[in-house]
Design a protein around this ligand. Structure first.
Ligand SMILES: C[S@@+](CC[C@H](N)C(=O)[O-])C[C@H]1O[C@@H](n2cnc3c(N)ncnc32)[C@H](O)[C@@H]1O
Length: 265
């Protein structure tokens, strides 16, 4: 069983900057806000918090947060943004640099957010289930879990099966002129087990002409809604809502996303 030992975001801080340039969507925040509008503040844990795309706006609305992420570069960028926030908000945020599968998670949370397709970061269904179990342990009884992924049931989708398929990934030009180019190539698939290995290639061209090139192999298991529901139920959750998009439409077979709102019993 392979594990994703090298973090593709942690190659250079410019990648975190391009992440923020590229991932500007916030419709998931709208759905989370609706789901947590009944009381304030919530004590929230966000594993895979990255540069704080979800954490920072919700902390500004009064919720307290612990964010966990493995990439120093992503956390440093998050911390720089947090340092600009009002002192009271800063006091309510703690960031932990760790591999989520190799650390003790803090406890007593009202909500765990596994947002933004973060299950793609884990190599197998077993790792994804371990993450759900850790979230269950971190929650107070009656606490909630928000899990938000692309929707793929049945066999590995055709687009994932094509060996040699290359897609452009995080790319752009940073404020200091550094050029980042990334691509992802499917190099191996196991269709029945719904596994794909992706070679991520990153090239940075710095303003002084220096070049940094890195390759990172990552295994992905695009988790199905059926698998998430099974893992949640095995960890003692009751699925209260299943949405098919960030506007809060109910999930159907044709939905593009599978978004779970589940309560720890
Ligand atoms: C796609 S980003 C998502 C960031 C954020 N959740 C969002 O929605 O914008 C995935 C993040 O997961 C982190 N990551 C990947 N594997 C990890 C692991 N095993 N433990 C902790 N963080 C991990 C990466 O460093 C990266 O910051």
């Amino acid at each position: 069983m392979i594990k994703n030992l090298v973090n593709g975001y942690d190659i250079d801080p410019h990648i975190a900057e391009i992440y923020d340039q590229s991932e500007t969507y916030s419709d998931d925040l709208g759905l989370i806000r609706k789901l947590i509008s009944d009381h304030n503040p919530w004590r929230i844990l966000e594993p895979f918090c990255g540069t704080g795309r979800l954490l920072i706006p919700l902390a500004l609305e009064g919720h307290t947060f612990v964010g966990i992420d493995q990439a120093r570069t992503m956390l440093e960028r998050a911390q720089n943004k947090i340092n600009q926030l009002p002192l009271q908000v800063q006091k309510g945020i703690k960031l932990i640099k760790a591999n989520v599968l190799a650390t003790n998670w803090p406890q007593n949370f009202d909500l765990v957010i596994l947002g933004g397709n973060c299950f793609y970061e884990l190599a197998t269904l077993e790792e994804q289930e371990a993450c759900i179990r850790l979230a269950a342990d971190a929650l107070n009884p009656g606490g909630y879990m928000y899990i938000d992924n692309d929707h793929m049931e049945g066999d590995l989708a055709e687009t994932w099966q094509t060996i040699g398929r290359v897609r452009k990934s995080l790319s752009g030009i940073c404020q200091d002129g550094t050029k980042v180019e990334s691509s992802m190539e499917t190099v191996w698939v196991d269709v029945p087990r719904r596994l794909a290995r992706i070679q991520r290639r990153v090239k940075l061209v710095f303003p002084d002409g220096n070049i940094l090139e890195k390759e990172v192999l990552q295994q992905k298991h695009p988790i199905s809604a059926v698998e998430i529901r099974t893992c949640l139920e095995r960890s003692g959750f009751e699925v209260e809502q299943l949405f098919g998009d960030h506007t809060g439409s109910l999930y159907t077979d044709a939905s593009l996303r599978a978004i779970f709102w589940a309560r720890k019993c």
